[in-house]
Design a protein around this ligand. Sequence first.
Ligand code: ASP
Length: 321
Amino acid sequence: MKVYKAQVLTYCLMRNFAGSDILSTKDLTREEIEFILSRAEEFLPVARKQKTLNLMEGVVLAALFYEPSTRTRLSFETAMLRLGGKVLNVIGLDNSSVKKGETLYDTGKMVDGYADVIAMRHPAVGSVKELADGAGIPVINGGDGTGEHPTQALLDALTMKLERGGIDGLKIALVGDLKNGRTVHSLAFLLSRFKVQLILVSPKQLGVPEEVKEFLHFSGIGFEETESLEDALKVADVVYMTRIQKERFADPAEYERLKDVFVLDRALMEKTGSKATVMHPLPRVGEINNDMDDLANAAYFRQAQNGIALRMALLALVLGR
Ligand code: ASP
C-alpha cells in the first residue's frame, strides 16, 4: 500500500510532458527532473552510437539559433537526426525575418506550420517565451540572453548523476561569471530541488542575480559566496567553471580586467588536494588549463556528450513519443 501511495504522489507531481514547452528549470519539480534524467540514461546507448532507434521518423525539428552556438545546436540536431527525424535551421539574426522586424510571436505562428518542435536561442531574455506564445508546437529554450539555458542545466545534472552516482549530498562550487552566465541560473534553480550545498565563487561585480538568490533562500538551499576559488576547491565535490561572458560587457576594459580572474590548472588542484569533479558548459576561454584534460575527474567533454542523450529524451517527451 505504501508503494501505491508513493506512486500516486509522484504521478500528481509530474505533468504529462507531451505538448509542453521547456522554458525554465524553475518550472520543473524534482520528480520531473528525475524522470527526465532517467529517460536520458535510457537514450545513452543511442547517443553513443551503440544502438539505433527510429523513434522520430517523419518528425521535423526547427532549430532557430539567433545567437552563436556549437554544442547546443549540433546536439539538438544530432539527437533528432540519429532518431530518424529531420531538422530545419535558421542560423543568425541576419538570415531571418526577425531582422526585417517580424515579431517572435509571428515567427512562432509561422514555424508552427513547418515543424513539429522548436529549439531556439536568442540574445534577449524572455525571447523564447515570446515565440512560444505564438507557436502551438512545443518550444525548447536553448538559451535566452543572460536569462536561462534549461537543457544545459539538465545535462549538467545528468553528468553529476553519472559522475558522482547522485546529486543529493553534493557540495557544488559554481565559479566565474555568475551574473551573466545563463547556465548558472538554470543550474541553481534545478539544484534547489535537491539536498545540496552551493558555493558561489565570483568577483563581487559578477555575483549571482538577486532573483536566483531569493529562489535559493526560498527553497532552503544553503549557500555561501566567496571570491576564492582556492577555498572552494578545498571542500567542493563538484567544481562548475564558467567563462567570463565577454559579449555581455558594456565596457571592454572591465572585461579585460576580469577575464582571467579564475584559472583552474593541475597545480591548483594539487595545491588544494582537490578531487572534485570538474565541469564546464563550454566553450572554455582560458579558465580551465589544457593540462587538466587528462585528469580522471575532468568531466567537461563527457558532459558535452551527455547533451545528446538528454536532448533526445526531451524531444521524445515533449513530442509524446
Ligand atoms: N554554451 C553556454 C551558453 O550558451 C555557456 C557559455 O556560452 O559560456 O550559455
